[in-house]
Design a protein around this ligand. Structure first.
Ligand code: F6R
Length: 608
């Protein structure tokens, strides 16, 4: 979702701001803009659409300056037009603001400001901040911002500049991430570390309630009462190469191919083969606390919710603890049964998803312990949970989640092993699963080696309008995930169902035009799935079957086959998901879709 970048230093700011915005393109946006102080006044340039349009505007009408802020906007209040793009100037042009989040009392503030004579030039909630800061300015930008924030309700990450106090950027955070990039004689502000990684690895993550004053030679963090806040400087330990495409046509393809390495990294130093268990340093749960868990709630959104469903099956099968999987957006608005013996596992690639964060806070309020399974280091969920397991999958830039999904399932398998071995799981069974996890990266590589076959298969279905994905047991969530991948990036309507549920409704859709993807490896429910395949064939549906060996029972039932290796049942959905990711990817490419930045989607959904 929206991205913020800021720069103050000895260099021309425009190219640095544009570069930072480009690095955040993956988050999803529909307009962009910059504001710079050119030595006399604030100058803004904005454009609807992609950053390349902003660059054309800047080429036609360049702006000089060594301090500036920039923004990519994902429309909430008002359509994605130039007039709604950020930065927004105050009425007299002395204040420029970029903002992520939502100001909930914007209409009240707009009314009050109108009475004072302010005219509004956009439909956004953000514009009220610029007018408020102008109105409250009395010699110090940070003081004016603090006074404005006292009047604002809602969530924000903001960056503010003023031509009356022109050597600084004032930033503030409440519910929307921001960090300072600490340079040598220059400093940066960003909502996403990838935006500044080319220039510095030293970052200061801001906390909710922080106000930061960023100048060329230093920065200060204070709170809303202007009291200094000590904040440590962290070091980003991933490389620029990890956020670049490295020869792949798209980030999504790169990330699909990175999966052997990604899950290797998730397991590194954690899997204990000889004891059939896992070591998870950050969970902050004692032996007694692990034994004392009565029930587990896993909360998440989207793809992370699908991995949670696999986690539910694993934990219930092996650790015998009741598990509920909840959409984070639903959990927060009902009255869930949570006690101090409830463990709430919070799954999130970004660690910033607004619904998931709110669900975690709600679970905490109700007395649960929280455990975050998060990819982005230093993200809000990772900092607010009681304990955590980082995925270490590396930055995921493609909007459609791929390697984070498989890493989440692996992280859940590690946690299940740890929990289950403390309870009833035998060392033999633990070792068998640990060994299967150990062998998984090589197995994923074998599936990836067959990518050209999946690409050929995709040509058969590039013009299809509907798809069904069916699986049972551990592979039902993989069916849901396969369908989600396809609809997100190719815009083909696709649904995932438990295979046997098909006959209770979706079977009405089956005809010779309907492709049905079956996830049917040789597992404990294979024979049952074969009956479901027969039901589809009997109605002339086209079957694409993901299976793991030559199966006489499938003879005559398979139009297209994809082979995957065999592993323990609980890890099969990882292997099955890889060809489904590839199928979605190749179909989307053949349809000419914008794979890495699908329409209307954002990488990290930071609004409710
Ligand atoms: C799907 C996808 C989304 C996310 C969801 C949760 O490919 O990327 O469905 O999974 O928005 O995001 P995180 O995991 O960052 O909380």
């Amino acid at each position: 979702m929206c991205g913020i970048i800021g720069y103050v230093g000895p260099k021309q700011a425009t190219p640095l701001l544009i570069e930072g915005l480009r690095r955040m393109e993956y988050r999803g946006y529909d307009s962009a803009g910059v504001a710079l102080y050119d030595g006399e006044a604030l100058e803004t340039r904005r454009a609807a659409g992609k950053i390349v349009r902003l660059e054309s505007v800047l080429a036609a009408d360049p702006v000089d300056g060594m301090i500036g802020i920039g923004h990519t906007r994902w429309a909430t209040h008002g359509p994605p037009t130039e007039r709604n793009a950020h930065p927004h100037l105050s009425a007299d042009g002395t204040v420029a603001v970029v903002h992520n989040g939502i100001i909930e009392n914007a209409s009240t503030l707009r009314g009050a400001l109108r009475e004072l004579g302010y005219e509004f030039r956009s439909d956004t909630d953000t514009e009220v901040i610029s007018h408020l800061v102008q109105e409250l300015y009395d010699g110090s930008l940070e003081e004016a911002v603090i006074h404005a924030l006292r009047k604002i309700e809602g969530t924000y990450g903001i960056a503010v500049m003023s031509s009356r106090d022109p050597d600084k950027i004032v930033a503030a955070r409440k519910g929307s991430p921001l960090l300072i990039g600490v340079g040598d004689g220059e400093n940066f502000l960003a909502s996403d570390a990838s935006a500044i990684l080319a220039h510095t690895r030293q970052v200061v993550y801001l906390d909710d309630g922080d106000v930061a004053v960023i100048e060329r030679d230093g920065y200060r963090v204070i709170d809303i009462n202007a009291i200094p806040q000590p904040r440590v400087v962290d070091r980003i330990d991933w490389d620029l190469a990890e956020i670049e495409r490295g020869g792949y046509a798209h980030f999504m393809l790169k990330e699909i191919f990175e999966q052997p390495q990604a899950i290797e990294n998730t397991m590194r130093g954690r899997l204990i083969l000889e004891d059939g268990t896992a070591k998870l340093g950050g969970i902050n749960l004692s032996h007694e606390q692990l034994l004392g868990i009565d029930n587990i709630i896993i909360t998440a959104c989207g793809t992370s919710w699908h991995s949670a469903l696999i986690g539910e099956l694993m934990i219930e099968e092996l650790a015998r603890i009741p598990v509920e999987v909840e959409y984070a957006s639903e959990f927060r608005y009902r009255n869930p049964i949570v006690t101090d013996r409830t463990l709430c596992i919070v799954m999130s690639q970004s660690g910033e998803t607004a619904d998931t964060l709110a669900a975690m806070r709600e679970a905490k309020r109700r007395g649960a312990r929280t455990l975050g399974l998060v990819n982005v280091v230093g993200s809000t969920i990772a900092r607010e949970d009681d304990g955590g397991v980082y995925l270490h999958a590396g930055p995921e830039i493609g909007v459609a989640s791929t390697k984070a999904f498989t890493s989440q399932v692996v992280a859940l398998a590690l946690f299940t092993l740890k929990l289950a071995r403390k309870r009833d799981l035998s060392v033999q069974r633990g070792r068998e699963i640990a060994q299967a996890l150990h062998e998984l990266p090589a197995m994923i590589q074998r599936v990836l080696d067959d990518a050209p076959k999946v690409e050929r298969l995709a040509t058969e279905f590039a013009q299809t309008s509907n798809f069904l994905y069916l699986g049972r047991g551990y592979n039902f969530p993989a069916a849901l995930e396969g369908a989600l991948k396809l609809k997100e990036i190719s815009y083909i309507h696709a649904e995932g169902y438990p295979a046997a549920e098909m006959k209770h409704g979706p079977i009405a859709l089956i005809d010779e035009k309907m492709p049905v993807v079956f996830i049917a490896p040789h597992d404990s429910v294979f024979d049952k799935v074969v009956s479901n395949i027969q039901e589809v064939k009997a109605r002339s549906g086209k079957t694409i079957v993901i299976t793991s060996r030559d199966e006489p029972a499938l003879e005559g039932l398979v139009d297209f086959e994809i082979r995957i290796p065999e592993t323990v049942d609980m890890l099969m959905p990882i292997l099955a998901s890889v060809p489904l990711q590839l199928l979605a990817y190749y179909i989307a490419v053949q349809r000419g879709a914008h794979v890495d930045q699908p329409r209307n989607l954002a990488k990290s959904v930071t609004v409710e």
